[in-house]
Design a protein around this ligand. Structure first.
Ligand code: FAD
Ligand code: NAD
Length: 586
């Protein structure tokens, strides 16, 4: 508006006025408004006083000075930019504030109190997805809670394959259980020990300290009123000879560290002086058995490591380094949709990872595996596949402590894969033992997603049960008081209280059975690509590629246990991008 007014008025003015106006505009474009006003005064035609300048020109001159924007469009744009900048700044300040608060909160736990010793003893076995999710939401003031696990930390397993190559450091995905427990309202006891046996009849758990340093007592028993089995599962080997002795698993932090060392050991040994060609080929052959998500993610990470770092620093391995994924079924990732399976297989082809489907490993030695291959015509053949590194990722098996408990319960007679539970996760055949996660058999796959939802459900259930107990105790007291009431008025008053408590009891008892809500499946497949089967409304969205990889990263970052984990993982990713992964052996 201001600009167009100026132009219109200039047209109406005399030539000298036009010149003046244009001069003043020109001076405005390069100087500050104050300088421009000053210079415009100097430029007035000599002999003309303020009064002798035509009125229109004076107006043009005075209008022009404080309004530098020539047209309305840029102004709008600048306003938009200004607001965008302000909002970004505000969001940034908010984010930093939130980060600072959560770090402060993490570092400064509040005072805890010890729960009433007369309350029930709740023993929780394990510090994995199921148990920790239960602990997170449990009101620990309601019970005497004791946690027993050989691992004094929670492990964020979805990023474990990234630890095998140093893309993420293992400590970045570990959260100390001590810090988790110290943030609870009421004190929780923790014993770093293996639970070796549950005696259901005696209501006792036997524990053993298997760490390197032992005190005078390293075996003892812990009585319980309520018990939660959250011990997960161990690696399935199907009794195949040589698997335990010669292969690496991928379940715990120690496994990832062992694999990381072995990769470099194979590479450096292959580079040893005068090594034969055949031996170099064997040492640089990385074989992964099991085409489930663990095997696929590891194979992808390993190939990335080779492409982005190893071959740069050790070019001599380029010709022979090779990753092979061996799977007994006709395809990998059976839990994903057909199009994502095809996408994964074609991406692996691009990455030069060999997939050997319909190949079942039957025997493992220190230098080769023996696998039964089903040919297209249905005939079978045994093939020897030499390897330098062998990673075994063929799923889950029952832990001995779970098997032992099952053997004590006739109701578990027909259960083959773990503890059969009812819809409230109560172990069949018991009334005070619950099971969560990989050790429990439900209709769902053994995933972190299921385990954490089960843990959260149990926390709700236990919190409700504690409330119910309190209300029931109160009801008992009220009915005794009613019987002893002196007059009708007092009796009626107590009766009202009883009715209110009964209403409350009905409300708290309304907790429904466990229902799993599937959010989708995600897996990294290498080359900065991921696949995702995401539940959306009542359907499913299948996607794969680089955008899915960015989604995978942001989803896992947001799912990390703590702010500390999130910051460390993000820094690890930046570090690996800037400097590459570390190829030192330790
Ligand atoms: P776990 O998390 O295994 O925890 C078991 C706990 O019990 C541990 O603390 C252990 O130390 C303890 N314990 C063991 N024995 C005893 C004993 N005798 N006494 C006391 N304590 C004991 N799932 C997903 O949904 N998404 C993923 O992306 C994903 N990625 C994965 C990647 C890898 C490499 C692996 C191995 C698994 C992945 N999973 C994923 C599966 C997921 O990790 C498991 O389903 C989940 O950990 C099961 O939780 P849990 O609590 O039952 O057992
Ligand atoms: P899995 O059970 O999903 O897959 C194991 C694979 O090994 C199977 O496909 C099986 O056919 C194959 N196999 C078994 N014996 C074999 C043999 N002798 N020779 C060749 N192949 C053989 O196991 P996993 O990948 O370790 O996963 C375990 C659980 O953890 C699953 O429930 C999985 O969904 C979950 N998980 C999920 C993710 C994710 O969501 N990104 C990642 C890892 C694990």
């Amino acid at each position: 508006m201001v600009g167009s007014t100026l132009a219109l008025r200039s047209k109406m003015a005399s030539p000298s006025t036009v010149q003046l106006a244009s001069l003043s505009r020109r001076s405005l474009s390069t100087r500050s408004p104050i300088q421009a006003v000053r210079s415009a005064q100097y430029l007035r035609p000599s002999g003309l006083s303020q009064q002798t300048i035509p009125r229109t020109a004076r107006r043009a001159y005075s209008d022009a000075a404080p309004s530098p924007a020539p047209s309305p469009k840029p102004r709008k744009r600048f306003r938009l930019l200004r607001w965008t900048w302000r909002l970004t700044l505000l969001a940034g300040v908010g984010l930093v504030g939130q980060l600072a608060y959560s770090i402060y909160d993490q570092r400064h736990p509040t005072e805890q109190f010890v729960p009433d010793p007369n309350k029930k003893t709740l023993v929780i076995l394990g510090t994995g997805w199921g148990s920790v999710s239960l602990l997170k939401k449990l009101d620990t003031a309601n019970y005497n809670v004791i946690v027993i696990s050989p691992r004094n930390y929670f492990l964020f397993t979805p990023l474990l394959p990234s630890c095998t190559t140093g893309q993420v450091e293992h400590r970045s995905i570990m959260e100390p259980i001590r810090s988790i427990l110290r943030h609870k309202k009421a004190h929780v006891k923790f014993y770093e020990a293996d639970a070796t046996k549950v005696d259901y009849e005696k209501r006792v758990v036997y524990i053993s300290d298997d760490s390197e340093i032992k005190g005078e007592i390293s075996h003892t028993e812990v009585p319980f009123d309520m018990l939660v089995m959250g011990v997960g599962a161990e690696n399935a080997t199907f009794g195949i000879k040589g698997v335990k002795e010669h292969s690496c698993f991928l379940k715990e932090v120690g496994d990832a560290q062992k694999i990381r060392k072995r990769i470099m050991d194979c590479v450096e040994t292959a580079m040893f002086k005068d090594q034969t060609d055949e031996e170099v080929k064997r040492l640089l052959h990385m074989v992964v058995v099991g085409g489930g998500p663990t095997g696929v993610e590891f194979a992808g990470e390993l190939q990335d490591f080779f492409e982005e770092d190893l071959k740069k620093w050790i070019p001599d391995i380029q010709k022979n380094f090779h990753v092979t994924l061996v799977e007994a079924l006709p395809n990998v990732l059976p839990m994903f949709s057909k199009q994502l399976i095809d996408y994964t297989e074609s991406t692996f082809k691009e990455e030069a990872i060999t997939i050997r489907t319909k190949t079942m490993v039957k025997n493992v030695t220190d230098k080769y595996i023996e696998a039964e291959i089903t040919k297209p015509d249905g005939s079978k053949e045994i093939e020897r596949i030499p390897y330098g590194l062998l990673v075994w990722a063929t799923g889950n098996a029952i832990r001995p402590i779970v098997r032992d408990l099952m053997s004590q319960l006739p109701a578990q007679k027909n259960s083959r894969r773990g503890l059969a539970v009812n819809e409230y996760l109560v172990v069949n055949g018991t009334e005070n033992v619950w099971a969560v996660g990989d050790c429990a058999i439900t209709n769902y796959a053994p995933t972190a997603q299921v385990a954490s939802q089960e843990g959260a459900f149990l926390a709700r259930l236990f919190n409700t049960m504690a409330k119910t107990d309190a209300v029931e105790k109160e009801l008992g007291r009220l009915s005794r008081a009613q019987a002893e009431a002196k007059d009708e008025e007092e009796r009626n008053k107590i009766f009202d209280e009883i009715r209110e408590n009964q209403r409350q009891l009905r409300r708290t008892k309304q907790i429904g059975p466990f229902q799993y809500s599937h959010q989708g499946s995600l897996a990294y497949i290498g080359k900065e690509r991921a696949v995702a089967d995401i539940s959306w409304l009542s359907g499913n969205i299948a996607s794969g590629g680089t955008m899915t990889y960015l989604f995978w990263r942001s989803a896992y970052l947001s799912m990390c246990f703590s702010t500390r984990n999130r910051v460390l993982v993000a820094l690890d990713w930046v570090k690996a991008k800037l400097f590459g992964r570390d190829v030192s052996r330790e």
